[in-house]
Structure formats: C-alpha cells, structure tokens
Design a protein around this ligand. Structure first.
Ligand code: SF4
Length: 351
C-alpha cells in the first residue's frame, strides 16, 4: 500500500462512491491496470466548461488589477514532489493571487485553483485564503468544502498563518465564502477515516459498484459497466428507480434474467409496478437471445388516461428533420446574466 495517495479529487469521488476508493487503491497497489479513460460527451463538455470558468476567474483577477503569479506547470517527467519543491514558497513575495498552487501536506497532494492574499483591516495581518472555481451554480457541495479545508491546512503549513475563510467561485459568477473553523472538525474526522481506508489492505471485495452521480466522470466507468453486465444487474432495467433494485434483491430477485422470469409477487413493490418492471426486463433478455439482424423486441404502449404510461407516441406531431429536443430546466450552465439564448446555443452545439 506504499504507493497509495490521497488527493482532493479522490476524496470528492469517495463521497459519492466508496467503490471508487477500492478500485483506486487496487490500481495504486498494482493489482489492476490503470483504466484507459474515455469520457463521454457530457463529461468532456463539463471539463471544458470547468477550464473556461477557471480562465474567466483568472481574467477577472487581472481586471481587478491584482498581481497574479501563474505557477509554472509541472514539467514532463517531473514528480509532484519535485514540482512542489521547485515552486517553493511564493507567498513570501507578496503576490495578490497565486494560480495553480501545488501542495503536499499530511499525506495528501492537490493543486489549488487560486490562493488569494487577504489583509486584516484592523490588525494588518496578512493571510492567504484558498479559492476554487467550480461550475456548481448555487452552493458548495461537500467535496468542494473538503478540498478547500485541505488547501487551508496546506497554506497554514507553508505560511504559518491559518486562513480564516475559504471561497468558491461558482458557475453563476457568485463567490460563496465559508468559515474554515466551522468545517475543520468534520474535515479532521473524515481525514482520519480516509487514512484508515488507505491503510486497509483488506478492501478487496468490501465494496460493490453502485450507479451514482460520479459514474459519468469516473475513470472506472468501463470497468464497472463490464462488471454490471457480467452480473446482469437490475440497474439496466429501463426506468427502474433508486430503491427498487434493493427491494427486489430482498425478494430474491437479483438479476435482469430473474426479473424477466418472475411470476410471483415481491413484497414492497406494487403489482402494477412489478408488472411494468418485468416487462422492461423481458425486452433486453429476449434481445440477447435473438439472432443477429432480427428487429429488436418491443411492445406497444396502449394509449389511455394513465398520466405516466398512458400517453403514447401517437400524441407527438409527425417527425421532422429539423426537430430539436430541449430540456431547459436540466441545462447545467444556464445563468441569468448570460440568458437562455446562449444556453440554447451551447446545447445545440452539443447536439
Ligand atoms: S463507475 Fe461508478 S460505481 Fe464504478 S467506481 Fe466509478 S463511481 Fe463507483
């Protein structure tokens, strides 16, 4: 386990998925190969938007007339440790803003987007406070706060002065400020737990992959998908909702094939709902038994007054080559100051 590392992004991923931590440890212990990352279109779009947001924040500091040190990038073949040594302690030169500051502290390493000089108006004491640029529009997520706590600790280790506040420059353009002292106890407790996991050599098999919000951005997505396929998991049933796989498993229905063949009731699932799930499971099970080239199995949904299932495609207008499907509420980058038109253009670009 000597090669195991903690990074802020690993901690954030762990908050969403314990299995990520298990797999990451296995890679670092050379028990499995580093996955070849192939991010989907949406993940790539998010990454690009994240970089753009960071660049916008950097430009804004320039517009405010602040002196900005852009830390020289890590060189090819250079270890993270050597990079940190080379960068040294730029705080003593009085920069207003330090961009992309690398830290190693207490067994964790990470790169702070911005570290900003703050002078107390009463005491004159200078501190540096971490600022992370995040696409979240409304508020900080737990992982963001923990990352900032790590940067704050690392800043204290270099400068000798603990930051009082830490900040998130949100995708909306607003800056959310947080008081470090309110979050440090939680961070300290969690860090202890993480180091326990990092030192635990018996994690193999202790976690299982469960679909979660992090999957879209996860380097192990292909690996987990293969395991889900091999295990024939219930998550692949179209329209299945979060607690239903667990309820079905409690009723001894653990795979798609078992659900498709089900002929008895399952406690905790309404009969109409169960019939719907069995139907949905049957289609892929039939499809995989078909010969190549056969049309995919399907079942017509009867039009009825059922508000969810009764309205079939017959209510749609005739298809047209110019059809565009939009979900305005779901657009992650809508901002009041840039307006819906720009958001619409972004979405069309993705399509
Ligand atoms: S793909 Fe999903 S389940 Fe698998 S490790 Fe990543 S986040 Fe966890």
């Amino acid at each position: 386990m000597s090669g195991r590392l903690l990074t802020p992004s690993k901690i954030t991923a762990w908050l969403d998925c314990a299995h990520f931590f298990t797999l990451k440890n296995r890679v670092e212990d050379d028990l499995m190969a580093t996955p070849r990352t192939q991010f989907g279109l949406f993940a790539k779009l998010l990454a690009e938007k994240g970089l753009q947001h960071e660049a916008d924040c950097l430009a804004e500091y320039g517009r405010q007339g602040k002196t900005v040190l852009e830390v020289p990038a890590r060189e090819r073949g250079e270890t993270f440790e050597a990079w940190v040594d080379r960068v040294g302690n730029p705080f003593e030169h009085g920069w207003d803003v330090i961009y992309q500051m690398p830290f190693i502290h207490h067994g964790i390493r990470g790169i702070a987007d911005f570290v900003v000089r703050v002078q107390d108006a009463d005491t004159g004491v200078v501190t540096y406070e971490p600022v992370d640029a995040k696409l979240a529009r409304l508020e900080a997520k737990p992982g963001h706060v923990l990352q900032l706590c790590f940067y704050a600790d690392a800043i204290k280790a270099v400068t000798g002065v603990r930051p009082r506040q830490m900040h998130l420059w949100l995708g909306s353009g607003n800056v959310e400020s947080l008081t470090l002292a309110e979050f440090r106890p939680y961070w300290n407790r969690l860090r202890g737990k993480l180091f326990g996991l990092l030192a635990d050599d018996s994690t193999e098999g202790a976690t299982v992959p469960e679909p979660c919000p992090h999957c879209t951005f996860c380097e192990f997505f292909d690996h987990c998908t293969q395991q889900w396929r091999d295990d024939d998991v219930l998550h692949f049933v179209a329209g299945i909702r979060h607690p239903e796989p667990t309820v079905l498993k409690a009723g001894d229905v653990s795979t798609l094939a078992e659900l498709a063949a089900l002929q008895t009731a399952v406690e905790g699932v309404r009969p109409e709902r169960l019939a719907r799930l069995v139907d949905q499971a049957t289609l892929p099970v039939v499809a995989r038994l078909q010969a190549e080239g056969e049309p995919p199995p399907h079942r017509m949904i009867e039009a009825s007054d059922d508000p969810v299932w009764g309205r079939g495609f017959e209510q749609l207008p005739e298809p047209n080559d110019g059809d565009v499907f939009l979900d305005f509420e779901g657009h992650p980058f809508w901002r009041a100051d840039t307006g819906l038109v720009l958001a619409l253009l972004t979405l069309l670009w993705v399509v």
